[in-house]
Design a protein around this ligand. Sequence first.
Ligand SMILES: CCCCC[C@H]1O[C@@H](O)C[C@@H]1SC[C@H](NC(=O)CC[C@H](N)C(=O)O)C(=O)NCC(=O)O
Length: 221
Amino acid sequence: TTKPKLCYFRGRGRMESIRWLLAAAGVEFEEEFIETTEQYEKLQKDGRLLFGQVPMVEIDGMVLTQTRAILSYLAAKYDLNGKDLKETVRINMYADGTLDLMIMTALAAFKPPEEKEENLTLIVKKAKTRYFPAFEKILNDHGEDFLVGNKFSWADIQLLEAILMVEELDASVLSDFPLLKAFKARISNIPTIKKFLQPGSPRKPPPDSHYVEVVRGILQF
Ligand SMILES: CCCCC[C@H]1O[C@@H](O)C[C@@H]1SC[C@H](NC(=O)CC[C@H](N)C(=O)O)C(=O)NCC(=O)O
């Protein structure tokens, strides 16, 4: 069978959660990195970007765009989506929340230097006052190893990804969240995730100035 093909810049951005989900599901994938404007314009000209945007994933004979739609398809396809609609909507709520937090960290790299420090402080504050307390409470109230239905799901993958991203900004961010600390250790030890966290995996590094310049150049922003 042909492997899914991911088409995005050589960096995290909006594609990183898709890489995490596939890796957690033990699914190998190809990557096509957009490095030049010509590449990007050819994708658009060939009509492969529905709204002219990436992430784009080729899978099961389809050319998919829109990050959340892709994540939702993959979660359902790889049984990471809850046992019924009520579990699935909770998973979607949690996943959307962590995605909002992660987009903030992705866009932080593109802030002008004078706004960078203040913006990073804001992101860590949002994580500590809005997102992490909500997840700490869920783990506390349900007393289970996973966020939903005591079974590993897409929501667990994205919460771990978000925790690691915010820890890159402030290593002590979990100091007031003991249940999230234990959650991080538990989920990081799931074999497919443990492998993804090793060097040499398709996981991308934090955005650096080179990456920002490449994306700015291609997207003209
Ligand atoms: C480090 C991460 C990269 C930061 C920049 C990215 O964050 C996004 O906000 C912009 C890019 S991602 C690239 C951007 N894609 C989107 O905004 C997709 C949004 C869509 N709702 C989705 O969820 O997939 C893009 O193709 N723009 C071209 C343009 O609209 O004409």
